[in-house]
Design a protein around this ligand. Structure first.
Ligand code: XIL
Length: 450
């Protein structure tokens, strides 16, 4: 599944160490394969991020979570220690020898996506080493995982469904099975039968699982929404703690990412007055993330929201919230953009670019978590073309941003989409046949831009 990209540092080769015609041709061939790969020269820029363009536009060397990428760097120059670090520090430091060494840099599993930074190495004598250049970088860049919201009931009852999910998608989000109404139908009584089946299905195929969702104001059990005795902050907080701790601990090591909180804002960017917010107070979000981190320190923790792909009040509110949470040390690792296209209009490529950049600057990963593009029935060929363009724009934006770690479609196929089969909102038709947009999305997500 992984794409091996061999990239040379062109500026370093051209200036410090002139390359032979043969080497240049090699570089050209690799560039053609990568469609214009260009890398900045870290020695010239004094330890800037090494930028590798794998797509049509800028893409910082990707460090996606699944699987962790490996980067092999061959250096030329004086010996010394090269420090390799990333925003959240998941890279091992490596030592390089005197010249023409190959070093391997491997990310620690579970690290956040972030650019790899190569500090300027210093010589053994401790003096800074002015002339070192990277000769070659081999990037093992994994495609962005294309996942689907998947339903346990259909795995066994709908002929062809299991096969379609397994052969088309690389990741699973249980569509409903982990929501509180399903997992804790009565106080303190948990039911994981459906979620377990889905998680086993995914893990058996080495598909990462997104846990959706720990705290939501929808699909709550009645005992939460209509308590016999009105809630107090203390009692509902205890419910929150027990619920999160039980789910996250149960699936430790099996659910890679959790949507810790889902849809916590109103369209004008204020905190939504959900039962959690009204009874516990605004800090229920801080606490939810802290409970989740405590139950599985390796899980990737996400705040997921709807209608925030385009700039506006809702997105401003989300950015403010994420910034404030992180400033308080709340363990928010990522932001999920649901991308139910129609709920806030169709985002343009530049709006998506702006959006993903904005959140990457806050130090979090981004991902498309619930993409679907419903069309008004009866669906015409022209509408399907428009749909394909929209999917393509979303997938390209995700690929081009190093922060964007995954792309999930909300529903494997049109026949079982929550939008209704007639809107043809997903990537497979009701007979599980791939649409032309499916191939396009996959190409975009692996950097193979058609
Ligand atoms: C939807 C499911 O797809 C439906 O099957 C269910 O009846 C209602 O919920 N945003 C979310 C998802 O975060 O959990 C919702 O899923 C769709 C909107």
């Amino acid at each position: 599944m992984s794409l091996t990209a061999t990239v040379a540092v062109l500026s370093a080769v051209a200036t410090a160490h002139p390359a032979s015609a043969q080497q240049r041709r090699g570089v050209e061939a690799e560039r053609a394969e990568l469609r214009g790969a260009v890398v900045s020269d870290p020695s010239a820029s004094g330890g800037q991020a090494v930028k590798v363009r794998l797509g049509r536009r800028a893409a910082v060397l990707r460090a996606p979570l699944h699987p962790a990428p490996s980067v092999r760097v061959r250096l030329r120059g004086c010996g010394g220690t090269i420090r390799v670090s990333a925003g959240s520090g998941p890279f091992r430091a490596v030592r390089v020898g005197r010249s023409w060494q190959t070093v391997t840099v491997t990310t620690a599993a579970g690290g956040a996506a972030s650019p790899v930074r190569f500090a300027r190495p210093s010589s053994r004598s401790g003096r800074s080493c002015p002339r070192v250049s990277i000769d070659r970088i081999d990037v093992q860049a994994a495609p962005v995982v294309l996942g689907a919201a998947t339903r346990d009931d259909l795995l066994t009852t709908a002929p062809g469904y299991e096969q379609a999910v397994a052969s088309t998608f690389g990741g699973v989000t249980p569509e409903n099975e982990l929501k509180m109404a399903f997992t804790q139908p009565s106080p303190g009584v948990f039911d994981f039968a459906r979620a377990d089946r889905l998680v086993d299905f995914a893990r058996g195929r080495r598909m990462p699982v997104r846990g959706h969702t720990l705290v939501y104001d929808q699909q709550l059990p009645q005992w939460v929404t209509q308590p016999l005795v009105p809630w107090t902050r203390e009692r509902l907080l205890e419910v929150l703690r027990t619920h999160i701790t039980t789910l996250v601990a149960r699936y430790r090591g099996r659910v890679d990412t959790w949507d810790v909180v889902n849809e916590v804002l109103t369209p004008d960017g204020k905190l939504k007055p959900s039962i959690w917010q009204r009874v516990i107070g605004d800090d229920y979000i801080d606490l939810a993330f802290r409970f989740a981190r405590a139950a599985d320190p390796n899980a990737h923790l996400v705040i997921n929201d709807v209608g925030v792909e385009r700039p506006g009040l809702h997105q401003d509110g989300l950015a403010r919230l994420v910034r404030d949470l992180r400033a308080r040390g709340v363990p928010v690792d990522g932001v999920g953009f649901q991308a139910h296209i129609d709920q806030a209009g169709v985002p343009t490529a530049s709006e998506l670019d702006e959006t993903l950049s904005r959140f990457a600057r806050l130090g979090v990963t981004t991902e498309i978590t619930e993409a679907d593009v419903p069309l008004s029935p009866p669906v015409t060929a022209a509408a399907l073309m428009r749909q394909q363009t929209i999917y393509g724009t979303l997938a390209t934006a995700c690929w081009e941003h190093a922060s964007c770690t995954a792309f999930t479609v909300w529903g494997a196929d049109d026949g079982h989409s929550w939008r209704g089969a007639q809107t043809r909102a997903t990537l497979l038709d009701a007979q599980y046949r791939a649409k032309s947009s499916t191939a396009l999305v996959m190409q975009h997500l692996s950097g193979r831009i058609p």
